[in-house]
Ligand binder design. Structure first.
Ligand SMILES: [Zn+2]
Length: 196
């Protein structure tokens, strides 16, 4: 089955830990749309304040203009007659109602491309990302390189004052590269407070 041949649109998602190249992969797909003269809009959550408020920025500092939104329902009012694709970065920061809007956009004929973290620093699933993976027509799960041992990294390590974060620390994962690292399952560490 080729979802590209559907009259309706479809949903693609790109997930993985930090430093896996998710935003680079989004940008690669955006570039291909530019070559094909497709009209697209890029959205990101207002909460993602690292580096820039109005652009999606990869860790190697390439930037593209993005529209900041608070909620999935905000997307509709930016869509123009000639919009063909909707790109959303950092999907893990939205609530689960985003899923409903993505399905509507796909039914209306839009190509929807999402990127974001699949797991938080504890290794637990971001609920909204998990749901989007389930309803996507295409899922790409990227890996990074473990900063400790160089193996395939599927997890995001949070470090606070040089120490692994505690399980009960807040979830919101917005930060500079010095407080987060990609880690493999062997090297990933979380401190459980009841062990102290
Ligand atoms: Zn490792």
């Amino acid at each position: 089955m080729n979802y590209n041949e559907c009259k309706k649109g479809w949903v693609e998602c790109i997930v993985g830990p930090m430093f896996a190249g998710k935003t680079e992969e989004l940008m690669r797909r955006i570039k291909r749309m530019e070559y094909a003269h497709k009209n697209y809009l890029i959205f990101k959550p207002s909460i993602d304040t690292r580096y820039s408020l109005t652009e999606i920025v990869t860790h190697n500092k390439k930037a593209l203009k993005a529209i900041n939104i608070n909620h999935g329902s905000d997307i509709k009012r930016y869509l123009k007659k000639d919009t063909q694709a909707i790109v959303i970065d950092e999907i893990q920061f939205f609530d689960s109602s985003l899923v409903k809007y993505l399905l509507e956009f796909a039914d209306q004929g839009y190509r929807v491309i999402c990127g974001g973290l699949d797991r938080d620093f504890r290794g637990q699933a971001f609920k909204v990302t998990g749901e989007i993976m389930a309803i996507s027509d295409s899922v790409v799960k990227l890996t990074a390189i473990c900063s400790k041992c160089g193996k395939e990294a599927t997890m995001t390590q949070r470090i606070i004052d040089g120490e692994p974060a505690h399980f009960n620390d807040p979830t919101i994962l917005v930060g500079e590269s010095d407080s987060y690292e990609a880690r493999c399952r062997d090297c990933h560490e979380v401190i459980y407070d009841d062990e102290r």
